[in-house]
Structures are given as C-alpha cells and as structure tokens.
Ligand binder design. Structure first.
Ligand code: CU
Length: 143
C-alpha cells in the first residue's frame, strides 16, 4: 500500500503544470523495462496519435535498471540508426532529437510534453547497450 501511494505521488509530481489546455495534451503511455543482459523493451501506447501537444508518460517497470526515452524524428523508422559499436550507443549527434526523458529510475514514472508535427519518429533508450537490447520503437504522428 505504501508503495502504491509513493508511486502515485511521483506520477503526479512528474506531470507538467504549465501550458495545460482545457482538453489537455494527448497522453501516450510508454512502458520501458528490462534488466542488464536481458531483453529490454520500450512500448508506446498508442503508437500513433494526431499532431499537437503530446505528453509521453514514461514508466520504468524494471527492478534494478534505469532507462531513458529520446524522441527523435526520422526518415525511416525501420532503418538502423547511426551506431557506435565501441560505445554500444546510437550516435546522438546524428539523431534529430526533439526531447528526452532522462534517467528514469526503476519504478519511477516521468513525463515529457512536446508539440509534434505529422511525421515519423523513433523512441529510443540510449543507455549503453539498451538500443540493441530492444529499446527502440517507431512512433507516428498523423494529420
Ligand atoms: Cu534502457
């Protein structure tokens, strides 16, 4: 019970307080999870929304591993992204990143609101090794 109350407080604190319209932004629930040396996942729900203000509410369901979520505009979400094999990370300077939710601790939920135009996007966790472990998902913004 105590855990549940704490989780609710974190979630509320993470919501942006400014620029909230009457209707509010469209909310996308993103679940990130996975531990070291295991498969990791990043799942947006829904994976496609209409253009406008979009709040990504990112929940880290992992037990011990921190994660992050970068929102990047891409030409082709299925194409492999520029990657540094030595560092085991996507080369962020070659990404058209629009925003990021960084260092989401296990059990924590953090939010990010962006105004997004129609187009194709990728959601990526770029902690060392996480992209290749599966933490990448296409995201679409429609007219
Ligand atoms: Cu990660």
């Amino acid at each position: 019970m105590r855990t549940l109350i704490l989780a609710t407080v974190v979630l509320t604190a993470a919501l942006p307080g400014r620029g909230w319209t009457a209707d509010g932004p469209t909310v996308v629930a993103v679940k990130v999870t996975g531990e070291q040396h295991e498969t990791m996942t990043l799942e947006p729900n829904p994976p496609s929304v209409k253009a406008g203000r979009i709040t990504f509410r990112v929940e880290n369901a992992a037990n011990t591993e921190s994660h992050e979520m970068i929102v990047a505009r891409v030409a082709d979400p299925k194409a492999p992204q520029p990657y540094d094999e030595a560092k085991k990370r996507v080369i962020e300077s070659k990404l058209q990143a629009l925003g990021e939710v960084s260092k989401i601790l296990p059990g924590q939920t953090k939010a990010l609101t962006l105004a997004l135009k129609p187009g194709k996007y990728l959601l990526v966790c770029n902690h060392t090794g996480h992209y290749k472990a599966g933490m990448v998902a296409p995201f679409e913004v429609t007219n």
